[in-house]
Design a protein. Structure first.
Length: 95
């Protein structure tokens, strides 16, 4: 039983929390806070491992840090979840 199950949180609550983490990550990316951004994206993935934006954000942060193998893996995971995720295709092109 997970944390969200114990406190009555459902899938929509998980997605809302993951979205907030992604928004924080996006804010940190905007000011070149790549480590903090990555931490937020990874937290979002741990909350909702089916959220394509979290994987794409992690891909962006890994790319910015020069970890291209991890960037590619995260972009591909986003594309597994949402095959037409254009930002992930763009990210793959940047790598």
């Amino acid at each position: 039983m997970g944390l969200f199950d114990r406190f009555g949180g459902g899938d929509s609550n998980k997605r809302d929390m993951a979205k907030r983490m992604v928004e924080r990550g996006d804010s940190m990316m905007a000011v070149n806070g790549f480590d903090e951004a990555l931490n937020n994206y990874i937290r979002a993935i741990s909350i909702d491992n089916r959220y394509d934006e979290a994987f794409c954000g992690a891909g962006r942060a890994f790319c910015a840090k020069g970890d291209y193998d991890q960037a590619i893996q995260h972009y591909w995971k986003a594309l597994e979840i949402t095959p037409n995720h254009s930002r992930s295709y763009y990210g793959l092109g940047e790598v």
